[in-house]
Design a binder for this molecule. Structure first.
Ligand code: OGA
Ligand code: NI
Length: 374
């Protein structure tokens, strides 16, 4: 496909475009030796053979059936995962299988397009929308071996403006040829938002809170849907698809394909969460950790890549409406671990000042106390 460069690019945009172009070329060239910028230091290089993490498997239909035994089983199991390392699996989640499989297959339409096509949707690294790869703009080392396409999502916008935020965004950037593509991810984000509210009900009950407590809090969520594309790599043992991080958001629902790659740090040792086609992977993010006064945990996790096949995942990051105050319910008791804050502040902090890791909340607390100065 022929690409026409926009005529009015300024110097900065031209540089960004060249770098994105280079990065995309590196990622998609099957023969290339990995450039130094993508090589991780020895102590962070991944091991392919790590033990499997035992994570609770939650039967969501059982919980929703109202059967007292199944409800108590689900609350017990979810509390176990959420309090120990913050990871669990959800089965019988009710998300349409056809929708999940078209969300998975449709990713190729975008990621296998020429770079100049993808650049039409270009956003900033760590932004809540647009195409990003690990271009060499800000950072010249430890680059992740992946490309991403992110969408902002809010269920409220749909009812208020009758807009379809995900679909409209992609059509605006990529043109009418992306109508069906946009519809798939619009529906997918809505399904994940609904599912996340059910999981939040379950999590609230597991803490002895009113069932509606967290559901009400997240009903008007302003979330992010992200497509992660990890190309195969000739030297998978020197790169990372996604470096170690904790999700700063509240709850992440991840659809993995049948290619292994997700690893979680527990007791100072990396463990894998192997693919399970019947289940979605759910993990607690830092905002929910703070909202439960530290009772729920968030853990460092990363994604490794391999030389045989590419890997694709879809992550829905649930977040509260940006200006809602994140404050644990009084019923949880205990000394307060973190100050009140809003997601918009935490988001600004992790975008501009800090790389997300296991100390994000502590560093963010210091930053807030310091009046927002680093
Ligand atoms: C993420 C993430 C893991 C994966 O997108 O935050 O942790 O396996 N992804 O794609
Ligand atoms: Ni993550």
């Amino acid at each position: 496909m022929e690409c026409i460069t926009k005529p009015s690019l300024n110097e900065k945009e031209t540089e960004d475009n060249l770098l994105t172009n280079f990065s995309s070329m590196v990622l998609h060239d099957k023969e290339i030796q990995v450039p130094q910028e993508f090589v991780w230091p020895d102590h962070q290089k991944p091991s392919p053979n790590v033990p499997i993490l035992q994570v609770p498997l939650i039967d969501l239909a059982g919980f929703l059936s109202g059967d007292p035994f199944l409800v108590s089983e689900a609350t017990r199991l979810v509390a176990e995962g959420a309090k120990l390392h913050g990871f669990f699996l959800v089965t019988n989640h009710g998300v349409d299988e056809k929708l999940m499989s078209s969300a998975y297959t449709s990713m190729d339409k975008f990621f296998l397009s020429p770079t100049c096509e993808k650049q039409k949707a270009q956003g900033e690294w760590r932004e809540s929308w647009g195409y990003a790869n690990s271009y060499f703009g800000k950072c010249k080392k430890n680059l992740p071996w992946k490309e991403m396409l992110s969408f902002s999502f809010s269920p409220e916008e749909k009812t208020e403006n009758h807009s379809q935020i995900v679909k409209d965004f992609i059509i605006e950037k990529m043109g009418d040829g992306y109508k069906d593509f946009g519809m798939v991810y619009q529906e997918y984000a809505e399904a994940m938002s609904n599912l996340s509210l059910k999981i939040m009900e379950l999590l609230g009950m597991s803490l002895g809170l009113k069932r509606s407590h967290f559901k009400d809090f997240f009903e008007d969520n302003e979330s992010i849907l992200r497509l992660n594309y990890y190309p195969k790599c000739k030297q998978p043992d020197v790169v990372l698809g996604t470096g170690p991080h904790c999700d700063p958001t509240s709850l992440t629902i991840l659809q993995q394909d049948n290619v292994s790659g997700l690893q979680v740090l527990v007791d100072n040792q990396w463990h894998s969460i192997p693919p399970n086609p019947q289940a979605l992977v759910v993990n607690i993010g830092d905002t929910l950790r703070a909202l439960t006064n530290g009772i729920f945990k968030s853990s460092l996790h990363q994604a490794v890549v391999n030389s045989e096949t590419e890997r694709k995942t879809i992550a829905f990051f649930l977040s509260p409406k940006v200006n809602k105050v994140v404050k644990p319910p009084e019923e949880l008791g205990g000394e307060r671990m973190y100050p009140d804050f809003t997601w918009s502040l935490l988001h600004e902090f992790v975008k501009k000042h800090y790389k997300t890791d296991e100390n994000t909340l502590e560093e963010f607390t210091k930053w807030l106390k310091n009046g927002g100065n680093v």
